[in-house]
Design a protein around this ligand. Structure first.
Ligand code: GDP
Ligand code: MG
Length: 733
C-alpha cells in the first residue's frame, strides 16, 4: 500500500488551486496532491470536523453552476455558446462561502454521463459512484423538474448504479452504521407542481428502482430506507428567474449545517449533516484513504472499506509515529550523544534533570501521537501506539541505564573517597575518629543521592522505569566497599597495635635484661630495698611481662575494632595475627639483647659486680692477702652459669618452653590468604616449616654459646690480671 502513496513533487500554489483540485483526471489517475490541497486549505488538521459532498446528475444539468453558487467554488461550467462537456473526472474544492454553513465543507463535482460524450460506457459512472459513496456523506442528485416521473430517464440509470454499488460496498461493512443522504435538487422548478408532489413521485420511483435491483443473499428483504435518507429541494430557473434563483440557493445553503435525528427516528432537526453520514476518515488521512479506495476501484478489485480503513490506519499511524519521533529525537538524541561521548572518553556522566527531560519528551511524543492517531482504526492505533512506546522506551531505557551506571560508579568512588578522606582528617587531628560513624554518614548520604537520581527517572505506569534493583545493587556495592575500607582500617589498627606492643616490649624486656648486669648486691641492685631479682627467673619475668603487654594490646584492639563494627570473625583473626606478631617482636627484642656485643657487656657487668663488690655491695680494695683467685673463680663460674640459662627460653616452674601454641591459639577459620601474607613462620606453631618449639625457644645456638664463653673468659681473665696487679701495686680501682 505504501508504494503508490508516494509524496508529490512540487506543491501547487494557492493560485493554482483556484478551481479546486482535480482528484481524478480523465485518465482515471488519482492526484496525490490532494493532501497538499487539504493542508493548504487548512482542512487537513480538522480531524473529523469536515464534511464531504458529491454531486451527481446528467451532463449539462447545471451541477457545476449550482455548486459554484451554493459554495462559492469556481468549478468550470459550460459556456452558453459551446455546448460541450466541461467537468472532466472528479474535482474537489473547499466551500468558500463564509457564515452560516458548517466548517470545512468539501465538495466533489463529478463528471456526469449522458451517453453523448462517453458513449455507452457506464464504467466511469459506476466507478465514480463507488468512489463518492465510499467517501461522501451527502450525494446531491441534480434533476430537471420535467424529468421527475420519467422512470426511464438518464438519472434512473445512475440511481440504479448508486444503489447497486452501495449494497456491494456496505455488505462488507455490515457492522457499520453508515448511511448516506440522497439530496435531490430539482432544477427549473416552475412552481405548478408543489415540491411535496415531486417528492412523492421521486420516492415512488426510487422504491421501484430498489425493488428492481438484484440484492445479495440475505438482503432480499432490505429496504432502501435501511441505507439512505432523502432530502429534497427545488430551485427556480436560473436564467428566467435569476434573482429568485439566488435567494433560493441561499436558502438551500443554510441547510448545510450539522443536524441530529430526533427521538421519533424519522424527523431530523438542524441541518442535513447527521453524524451517521460521516465516513470517519480523519482529514489528515483523507487523501491516503481516497487514493487507496480509488486504487481498488480503478483496478476492479473488490472494494472492502474496513480493510481500506485498516490499511489507512497503518499507513497514517506509521507516518504520525515518524513525525512525533522527530520531536522526541530533538530532545533525546543530544543527550544520547553526550552519554556516548562520555563512554568513549571513559568519563562518568550524570546528566542533570534527565528524568524530567526524558519523561516530558516521552509524554509529549505519545500525546501528540494519541491526538492524531487515535482517530484511526482502534485496533491498529492501539498496536501502533504500543510500537511507538516501545521505540521510545528502548531509547530511554538505554539512556537511563547509562545514567545509572554512571551514577553508580561515581557514587561508589565518591563514597570511598569521602570515607578515606574523613579517616585521614581524623588521623591528622590525633586519631580520634569513629570509623563506623564516618561510614554510616557517608553511606546514607550517597544512598540518598543515588535514590534521588533513580526516583527521578521513574515514569508512572512504566514498570521498567522502576530502578529499585539498581538501588539495591548500589547499596550492596557500598557495603562491599565499606567492608574493604573497614579491612584497611583493621590493618591500620593492627599496625598501630603492633607498634605499641613493640615499644612496650622494648622497655619491659630491655629492663629485664638490664637487671642481668647487676650481680647480687651489685651497683645495679634496686634501691628500694626490694629483694633483688633472681637471675634464675629471668624468663618467667620476660614471659609475664610479654603476656601482660599482649593482653593489654588485645583488649585495646578488641575495643577499637568493635567501635567500627568489625565482625567477631575479623576481630578474632586480628587478635591471632597480633599475638603472632607480638611473639615475633619479642623474639626480635631478645635477639637484640643477646647480640654478642650486648650480652658480653651484660655478662661483664654481672661478673664485675660479683667480683668487685662484696656481699654487702661494698667495692673491694684488693690486698695481696685476698683470695683473689678464689673470688674470681666463684664470680666467673657464677656468671658463666648464666649462659645456659640465657640460651633457652625456659620457665622455671616447668623447666620447659612457654606454651606458645596455647598462647597463640588455633588459626581462626575466618583467616583469608592476605591475612597470612606478612606472617613470619613460628617454630612449633607452623608445623610444616619444620622448626620445632624447642628450636623456636633456643636463644643462643651451641656455637654462639661456646664463642660467648671463650670471649667472656678472656675478658674475665683481663679483669683478674688487672685486680692482681692492683693488689700488688696497692692501687685501688
Ligand atoms: P453541468 O455539466 O451539469 O456541470 O452543467 P453546467 O453547470 O456546466 O451548465 C450547463 C449549462 O446549463 C450552462 O450553459 C448553464 O448556463 C446552464 N444552466 C445552469 N444552471 C441552469 C439552470 O438552473 N437552468 C437552466 N435552464 N440552465 C442552467
Ligand atoms: Mg460540470
Amino acid at each position: 500500500m505504501n508504494g503508490h502513496f508516494a509524496a508529490v513533487g512540487k506543491r501547487p500554489t494557492a493560485q493554482e488551486y483556484e478551481h479546486g483540485i482535480q482528484v481524478i483526471d480523465e485518465d482515471k489517475s488519482f492526484n496525490t496532491s490532494l493532501n497538499d490541497y487539504l493542508t493548504e486549505t487548512q482542512v487537513a488538521q480538522a480531524g473529523f470536523n469536515y464534511h464531504l459532498i458529491s454531486v451527481f446528475g446528467s451532463q449539462s444539468t447545471g451541477k457545476s453552476t449550482l455548486l459554484n453558487h451554493l459554495f462559492g467554488t469556481q468549478f468550470s461550467v459550460m459556456s452558453e455558446t459551446e455546448r460541450r462537456q466541461t467537468t472532466k473526472g472528479i474535482w474537489l474544492s473547499k466551500n468558500k462561502k463564509e457564515g452560516a454553513m458548517a466548517e470545512n465543507i468539501l465538495v466533489m463535482d463529478v463528471e456526469g454521463t449522458d451517453g453523448r460524450e462517453r458513449g455507452e460506457d457506464q464504467d466511469f459512472e459506476r466507478k465514480s459512484a463507488l468512489f463518492a459513496l465510499a467517501t461522501s456523506e451527502v450525494l446531491i442528485v441534480n434533476v430537471w423538474e420535467h424529468q421527475v416521473g420519467l422512470y426511464q430517464g438518464a438519472n434512473m440509470g445512475l440511481l440504479k448504479t448508486v444503489f447497486e454499488v452501495n449494497l456491494q460496498l456496505f455488505l462488507k461493512d455490515s457492522q457499520s452504521q453508515t448511511r448516506s443522504l440522497l439530496f435531490f435538487v430539482i432544477r427549473d422548478h416552475v412552481g405548478n407542481t408543489p415540491l411535496e408532489n415531486l417528492r412523492n413521485t421521486l420516492i415512488q420511483d426510487l422504491t421501484k428502482i430498489w425493488s428492481s435491483i438484484s440484492k445479495p443473499q440475505g438482503l432480499d428483504n432490505s429496504k432502501i430506507e435501511d441505507y439512505f435518507d432523502f432530502a429534497f429541494a427545488a430551485l427556480p430557473h436560473k436564467i428566467l428567474q435569476p434573482e429568485k434563483f439566488v435567494t433560493e440557493v441561499e436558502r438551500l445553503g443554510s441547510r448545510f449545517i450539522a443536524g441530529h435525528r430526533s427521538n421519533d427516528d424519522q424527523q431530523y432537526t438542524g441541518g442535513i449533516f447527521l453524524p451517521e453520514y460521516h465516513r470517519r476518515i480523519p482529514a489528515d488521512g483523507l487523501s491516503v484513504y481516497a487514493e487507496g479506495v480509488w486504487d481498488q476501484i480503478v483496478n476492479n478489485k473488490d472494494l472492502d472499506l474496513p480493510t481500506q480503513q485498516e490499511l489507512l490506519a497503518q499507513f497514517r499511524c506509521d507516518e504520525i509515529s515518524r513525525e512525533v519521533l522527530v520531536g522526541f529525537d530533538t530532545v533525546i538524541a543530544p543527550l544520547e550523544e553526550q552519554h556516548a561521548d562520555a563512554a568513549r572518553s571513559g568519563k562518568l556522566l550524570v546528566l542533570p534533570d534527565l528524568g524530567a527531560t526524558g519523561s516530558q519528551a516521552r509524554e509529549k511524543c505519545v500525546k501528540a501521537f494519541e491526538v492524531q492517531a487515535s482517530r484511526y482504526h482502534k485496533g491498529v492505533y492501539t498496536m501502533k501506539r504500543g510500537e511507538l512506546e516501545s521505540k521510545i522506551d528502548t531509547r530511554l531505557k538505554a539512556l537511563y541505564h547509562a545514567q545509572l551506571v554512571a551514577a553508580h560508579k561515581s557514587g561508589v568512588s565518591a563514597f570511598s573517597d569521602a570515607v578515606t578522606g574523613a579517616v585521614k582528617a581524623g588521623q591528622k587531628a590525633g586519631g580520634s575518629y569513629e570509623f563506623a560513624e564516618i561510614v554510616d554518614k557517608q553511606k546514607s548520604k550517597h544512598l540518598e543521592i543515588f535514590k534521588t537520581e533513580a526516583q527521578s527517572l521513574f515514569i508512572p505506569d512504566v514498570p521498567w522505569s522502576n530502578f529499585k534493583p539498581q538501588y539495591r545493587l548500589f547499596e550492596k556495592e557500598l557495603d562491599e566497599v565499606s567492608a574493604k575500607l573497614r579491612k584497611e582500617e583493621m590493618r591500620r589498627l593492627a599496625i598501630r597495635s603492633e607498634r605499641w606492643v613493640k615499644s612496650r616490649l622494648n622497655d619491659a624486656i630491655g629492663l629485664e635484661f638490664n637487671k642481668l648486669g647487676s650481680g647480687r648486691g651489685g651497683s645495679g641492685a634496686p634501691l628500694d630495698g626490694e629483694k633483688p631479682p633472681s637471675e634464675k627467673d629471668l624468663w618467667d619475668r620476660v614471659w609475664a611481662a610479654f603476656i601482660g603487654i599482649v593482653k593489654d594490646a588485645e583488649s585495646r584492639f578488641t575495643d577499637r575494632a568493635k567501635s567500627f563494627e568489625a565482625s567477631p570473625e575479623e576481630v578474632e583473626v586480628g587478635l591471632w595475627r597480633l599475638r603472632r606478631k607480638s611473639w615475633v617482636a619479642l623474639r626480635e627484642k631478645i635477639d637484640e639483647e643477646v647480640m654478642e656485643s650486648n650480652i658480653l657487656m651484660k655478662l661483664r657487668e654481672n661478673f664485675e659486680d660479683k667480683f668487685r663488690y662484696d656481699d654487702e655491695g661494698v667495692p673491694r680494695i684488693w690486698r695481696p692477702t685476698d683470695d683473689i683467685e678464689g673470688i674470681y673463680t666463684k664470680a666467673r663460674e657464677s656468671t658463666l652459669g648464666l649462659v645456659p640459662l640465657l640460651s633457652r627460653f625456659r620457665l622455671s616452674e616447668t623447666v620447659a618452653p612457654p606454651d606458645l601454641p596455647a598462647f597463640i591459639g588455633h588459626q581462626p577459620p575466618g583467616t583469608e590468604p592476605e591475612d597470612e601474607e606478612d606472617l613470619v613462620p613460628i617454630g612449633g606453631i607452623d608445623e610444616e616449616e619444620g622448626k620445632s618449639l624447642e628450636e623456636e625457644t633456643t636463644i643462643l645456638s651451641e656455637s654462639k654459646r661456646q664463642d660467648l664463653v671463650v670471649r667472656f673468659k678472656k675478658m674475665a681473665d683481663g679483669v683478674y690480671v688487672e685486680a692482681k696487679r692492683s693488689a700488688i701495686g696497692g692501687i685501688t680501682q
